[in-house]
Design a protein around this ligand. Structure first.
Ligand code: NAP
Length: 278
C-alpha cells in the first residue's frame, strides 16, 4: 500500500518487539480494507516508554498497542484508563484523542470473543472455571470470566501466594486449589484454561491429569506457539472441546484497529491461515 500524506498511523510498543505478530495482523486488515494507513513495530526500551509515548502522540499517531514489558507502565502513563484495564492492572491499547492518552485493555474481550466464536454452545453458567496460572494473562482471563457470569473461578498456580493474591484482588467468586490441580479440583468444572507459559515453545510441556474434568467441559490453552499444545492434544483425545490461543490474540486486536482506522475488522479462517504461514 502506498501511503498518502493523510495516512493514519498506529503501531505496537514492546521490548523486544521483533517477534510480535501484530504488524502482520494489522497489515492484513489494512490491505484487506484498502485503508490509507500503517501499523509499525515500535521497539522501545523500558526506561524510554513515557518519552516514546509522548513522541508518538506528538507525531500524530492515532494510538498504539502496548505489549511486554510495558503494559503496567502504560496503565500509569495514560491520562485515563477504562474500568476493565484498571481491574486487570494493565493497558494494552491506547487511543490518542484531544491531546490525551486513553488506555484500555482488550485481552479479556479477546479471550471471550474467541471462546464464543470457537464454541458457540459454551455457556458461562455451565459450571466453575479452573484457571491455571496467576500472571498477567490470568488476571485478564479471570476478569473476562467474572464478567461473563461464570459461577466460580478456581486458581491453580505453583506459587500459593500469587494464587491467593489474584483470588483476593478481584471482585468475583474466586478460590485457590493446589498445584498441579488434583482431579477433584476439576470436578463439575465447565472450563479449564491454561494461562501459564508451560507448553510454549522452549518451555516444559504442561502435563496435568484431566481425569476429573466432566465430559463436555471445554479446555482452552492461551499459548499459541505451538498452536496444538500437549494439553490441547490430551483434551481432544479425551473428547473435550478444545480452544487454541491464536484467536485470543486476533480478537484482542479488533477494538484498537476499529478506533484507529475506522473499520470493524473480522477474524476469519483466511486471516488465521495468513498468520500461520508467517
Ligand atoms: N493468546 C494470547 O493472546 C495471549 C495473551 C497473553 C499471554 N499469552 C500467553 O500466556 C502465557 C502467560 O503470559 P503472562 O503474560 O501471563 O506471563 P506471566 O505474567 O509471566 O505469567 C506466567 C504464569 O506461568 C506460570 N509458570 C511459568 N513457568 C512455570 C512452571 N515451570 N511451572 C508452573 N507454572 C509456571 C507462572 O507462575 P509463577 O508466578 O510461579 O512464576 C505464572 O503464573 C504466555 O505463554 C503468553 O504467550 C497469550
Amino acid at each position: 500500500m502506498i501511503l498518502s500524506g493523510a495516512a493514519r498511523l498506529a503501531g505496537v510498543m514492546g521490548w523486544p518487539v521483533a517477534h510480535s505478530l501484530s504488524p502482520r495482523l494489522h497489515g492484513y486488515w489494512l490491505r484487506h480494507h484498502g485503508i490509507d494507513g500503517a501499523y509499525l513495530p515500535l521497539p522501545v526500551r523500558p526506561e524510554a516508554f513515557e518519552r516514546a509515548l509522548d513522541s508518538l502522540a506528538a507525531l500524530g499517531f492515532r494510538g498504539v498497542n502496548v505489549t511486554l514489558p510495558h503494559k503496567p507502565a502504560a496503565l500509569a502513563a495514560c491520562d485515563s484508563v477504562d474500568a476493565v484495564a484498571a481491574r486487570i492492572g494493565a493497558v494494552n491499547t491506547i487511543v490518542f484523542e484531544d491531546g490525551k492518552a486513553l488506555g484500555s485493555n482488550s485481552d479479556a474481550y479477546g479471550f471471550l470473543e474467541h471462546l464464543r466464536q470457537s464454541l458457540p454452545a459454551w455457556r458461562a453458567d455451565a459450571g466453575p472455571a479452573v484457571v491455571l496460572g496467576a500472571g498477567g494473562a490470568a488476571r485478564a482471563v479471570a476478569v473476562a470470566l467474572i464478567d461473563a457470569g461464570v459461577p466460580g473461578i478456581r486458581i491453580a498456580t505453583r506459587s500459593a501466594e500469587r494464587a491467593a493474591a489474584l483470588a483476593s484482588s478481584l471482585d468475583g467468586t474466586l478460590s485457590t486449589v493446589a498445584w498441579p490441580p488434583p482431579p477433584a479440583a476439576l470436578a463439575d468444572a465447565g472450563l479449564l484454561v491454561n494461562t501459564t507459559s508451560l507448553g510454549m515453545t522452549g518451555q516444559p510441556p504442561l502435563t496435568i491429569d484431566l481425569s476429573g474434568l466432566p465430559a463436555g467441559a471445554a479446555v482452552y490453552d492461551i499459548v499459541y506457539n505451538p498452536l496444538e499444545t500437549a494439553l490441547l492434544a490430551e483434551a481432544r483425545r479425551r473428547g473435550h472441546p478444545a480452544v487454541d490461543g491464536l484467536g485470543m490474540l486476533l480478537h484482542q486486536a479488533r477494538p484498537g484497529f476499529a478506533r484507529w482506522f475506522g473499520v470493524e475488522p473480522e477474524v476469519t479462517e483466511d486471516l488465521r491461515r495468513f498468520l500461520l504461514g508467517a
